[in-house]
Structure formats: C-alpha cells, structure tokens
Design a binder for this molecule. Structure first.
Ligand code: MLT
Ligand code: ZN
Length: 493
C-alpha cells in the first residue's frame, strides 16, 4: 500500500524520492511533514535554538531505524536524533536549512526484558526516565540516576549525552549505568552490544565511544542498564552554610561519617531558592533562617538498615553544628517532605528560565578546587559586566556546578545572549581552562558550545574526535553541526 507524502514546491528531486520511500517504509504514524506536529520538536528546552525540518520520522523498531538510516545514506539526507528534547545545548535541534530529518525515538518505548535477579533491564531508547524508575520500583529495584527532566528525558538521550544528575556522587554518570548497547550506525547497520559482560577485552570500548557521542556516531536504539536494590529508606537534610568553603568542608565531614550512605550533596544559593519559591505555587523554604548558601544532603540505606538512618542523620547534623560547619539545618520529617526538598532543587532551571535572559555554563574543575574557583570567577564576571548577577548551584560533590549569569534588567532576550552573553561565556571558559577544568561537565556540547570547544580544546584531542567521526560517519549525516568541530584544526609539530 502506498502512502501519500505531502510534497513542497522547493523540495529537490532527491528529497522527494527520499520522502516517498520513507513514507512507504514508515507509514503515516512513522513519518510526517505536518507543521503542527513537527513544531514542538524544532526548539530546544531552553528556547535558545529553533530550526526547521524536512520531516519528522518516528520509527517503531530498530529494523525501521536501520532501514530509514540506509535510505538517508542513499539520498544524502542528514539526521537529527531526538529523545525527550530536554537537552541543554541544542544537541537535538535541527539547523535552519529545513533539509534535516528529525528522527524521534519516542515511539520506541518498550521494556524488552527486566531481570530482577541479575538486576538488569533492557529497554528501547525511547523509554522515559520516570517510566523506567516506576517499572523497576515495581520489582523492588531502582535505577540510580535521576535529574530534573525525568518526566521527558529518554534512555537514548540520557545515553547520548552521558547524563549526570543528582546521584553521580555515589553512582556515577550514565557511563556507569550502561551495561550493554544497541545502536544504528551511519550506513544503517546495527551495532549489537546489548549483552552485559563484566569482562570484555576485545579492544576498543565501542559502547563507551557511543555513550556521550550525541548522536554523531550512531543512533542509540536500546540499552541494558544496571539496577540497584530498592532503598530501605532515606534521610533528606537541608542545611544553611556561610560559604562554599564551608559547604565543601561539610561534604568531607559527611563522607567521613556517613560513607557510602551519602547519595547526594547539592548546593543552592539564596537567590535560586528565592526564585524557586516564587516559581512553585505553595512551596516553602525548609529553614526559616536566611543563608547565603543552602545544601541538600541525602543519606540512603538498603533494606534492613534503614532503622539506623534517623540517628545517623541527627548525628551528622549535631557534629557538623559542633564543628561550626553549618548555621542551621533540618531533616525532612516525612517522605513527602523529602520529595518537597528535592523538588526545590530540581526546579532551579525552570524557575530561572521563567525569570529572564541568562547564559548558562555547566563546568567542572577538580572537586577540591571548586569553592575557590567559584569565589574567584563570580565577582570577576560581575565586575567586568556591570549589572549582571552570577549564580552557582548544583553538584559540588562532583566538582561540577551550573554557573549562570543573569542579564541586567532591560536586556533584550536573544540579542543579549548573542552579544554580551558570548563575551561572558568566553571569559568563564578561559578561566575554566586556566584552572584545568572542563567547559562541559554534564550537558554536553551540542551546538551551544561547538565553537568554544574548537577554540579551547587541545588540537590532539580535537583531531582524535574528528578522525573517529570521519571513520564512522564519512558523509557527515549523523547530527551534523553538533559536538564535533569540523573546521580544520591547527596541526601540532
Ligand atoms: C541541574 O542540575 O539542575 C540540571 O543539570 C539542569 C540545569 O542545571 O540547568
Ligand atoms: Zn546538573
């Protein structure tokens, strides 16, 4: 049965041929050119990038992804893979040409196998993180990675960006959770490495090469993920501290006393807490005292060991107070209060987005140097760019904070980011590099940081990235213009 694909006057013969074959392959649910259906997927979550698309393809199986990619390869059509479209760097947004196809993995949302005994799950790339959490919780297990975008972020997107979140401190990033992987390569072939092997020394770790490659080397279609036993309980603490140095000292104190029970340690500045309280109806500050910095701490215990948690949490706070590390603190009195504390933390981005223009940087330096770095860089930026406000929040325990610079009152959204915002980012990234850090600790490169990656990355590293890209995607059809700078790189002697 043939499917009629709407054609446009400006389509090239190659595009028309591709669209007809793709429509035949995927059927009406699998391919659309309807502007209303495509429109939500043309702009990134932060609203920084808007592109255009030749079509939106939504294949229902790995076989269909393979066949579609083969078609794209034959007709020279570029592909932008997309999961939940909640990325932070425009990595899943097509360019403005209207010649790229968005390949949504959202229809591929089956859980293929859940092995509770082996504590592993194999699922399609389009499974949403929250759905994954719920599916494994029903089996007395948990998937130990979470982040604010869990209601939309998909397994494939999390893998392609090597997502982090708020449990990296104890469990690592996506790289540590992926035991096996299936991906479709640029020629349409299927790379099947789904079987989880604890030891495997057949040379290059191709699975890790694909993780974090932002859809530029292959399209992740499924994964086998590591699970952890369900928690017996948790204690969620909120503390006010005077400085980042104190927060760091508190982290060391907690790690020394609570060891592996430490599951999370996040910092929140007073400004962000106020913004979230304003943004979330009915929300309340955990403490009734004012503090320059707040810290959210989670202690967790396995089944059978949860009874000791309340005393452990009390001891932690009493000893931290005695050591002069905290100004005030509270322990969530119930699971719903614990949820409410976490919601405050996870809503920082959304609250800020509602407030006005800003430029965002997710940066890392060595964990122990982060307080000094922030104390240095925030006043530096505010002094050089009068009227701006610097805020830092997030994963202090991972040496990774989100350093956001808010525009002065009256700045024109869009224009400010493109002009002054770019200068601010360049200053911050220069400082990060001078401190031996990374310009992207968590959110990836996408299109947002491509030029800065090219500017600031060691030519040897860049050359390796380009060589890998060229080998696996010689026609540059997989997410072109993202992650891998293609401009010639200065050669080293
Ligand atoms: C977070 O830690 O809240 C996320 O990485 C999102 C963000 O910072 O914008
Ligand atoms: Zn983060």
């Amino acid at each position: 049965m043939g499917h009629i694909m709407q054609t446009h006057a400006h389509d090239t013969p190659e595009q028309t041929a591709f669209l007809e074959e793709a429509a035949h392959l995927l059927g009406p649910r699998g391919l659309t050119r309807d502007p209303e259906l495509i429109e939500p997927w043309l702009t990134d979550w932060r609203g920084h990038y808007t592109g255009a698309a030749l079509a939106l393809a939504s294949p229902a199986s790995t076989e269909d992804v393979s066949a579609l990619v083969r078609l794209c390869a034959r007709h020279g059509i570029a592909i932008v893979p997309q999961g939940g479209n909640s990325g932070m760097c425009g990595g899943a947004t097509p360019d403005a040409s209207g010649q790229q196809v968005i390949l949504s993995l959202r229809r591929m949302n089956a859980i293929r196998a859940l092995d509770a005994e082996a504590m592993q799950i194999t699922c399609d790339a389009g499974v949403v993180l929250q759905t994954l959490h719920e599916a494994v919780a029903a089996q007395g297990l948990r998937f130990p990675l979470t982040l604010g975008g869990k209601g939309s972020a998909t397994v494939g997107g999390l893998i392609s960006t090597n997502a982090g979140g708020t449990q990296v401190l104890r469990h690592g990033t996506m790289r540590a959770q992926v035991l096996g992987l299936e991906a479709v390569l640029a020629d349409g072939s299927r790379f099947d490495a789904l079987a989880p092997l604890k030891k495997d020394n057949r040379g290059f770790d191709l699975k890790q090469l694909l993780i974090g490659s932002e859809g530029t080397l292959g399209i992740v279609t499924a994964a086998t993920l590591r699970l952890a036993p369900a928690l017996g309980g948790r204690a969620v603490l909120w503390a006010g501290v005077a400085s980042l140095q104190q927060a760091r000292a508190l982290l060391l104190h907690c790690e020394a006393r609570a060891g592996t029970a430490m599951e999370g340690f996040e910092i929140i500045p007073a400004y962000s807490l106020a913004a979230v309280l304003h943004h979330l109806p009915g929300s309340r500050a955990p403490l009734d005292t004012e503090h320059v910095w707040h810290v959210l701490i989670e202690l967790a215990a396995p089944l059978g060991a949860a009874d000791a948690l309340p005393a452990q949490a009390e001891d932690l706070l009493t000893s931290a107070f005695a050591a002069g590390l905290i100004e005030n603190a509270t322990i969530a009195a119930s699971e719903s209060q614990a949820e409410a504390f976490w919601l405050l933390r996870e809503s920082i981005s959304a609250a800020e987005r509602a407030r006005g223009p800003a430029v965002q940087h997710d940066i890392s330096v060595a964990v122990e140097r982060m307080p000094a770095f922030i104390d240095f860089v925030m006043p530096e930026v505010e002094a050089r760019f009068p009227g701006t406000r610097a805020i830092a929040y997030g994963h202090l325990g991972d040496g990774n904070v989100h350093l956001h610079i808010l525009a002065p009152a009256g700045a024109v959204p869009g224009e400010w980011q493109q002009t002054t915002g770019k200068k601010i980012s360049a200053l911050i990234y220069d400082c990060v590099v001078a401190w031996d850090g990374s310009i992207s600790a968590e959110h990836g490169i996408g299109q947002a940081k491509l030029a800065e990656l090219a500017r600031l990355t060691d030519p040897v590293r860049l050359h390796m990235m380009q060589a890998v890209k060229k080998a696996l995607d010689p026609s540059n059809l997989l997410n072109p213009g993202k992650l891998v700078p293609l401009a010639p790189v200065r050669s080293t002697p």
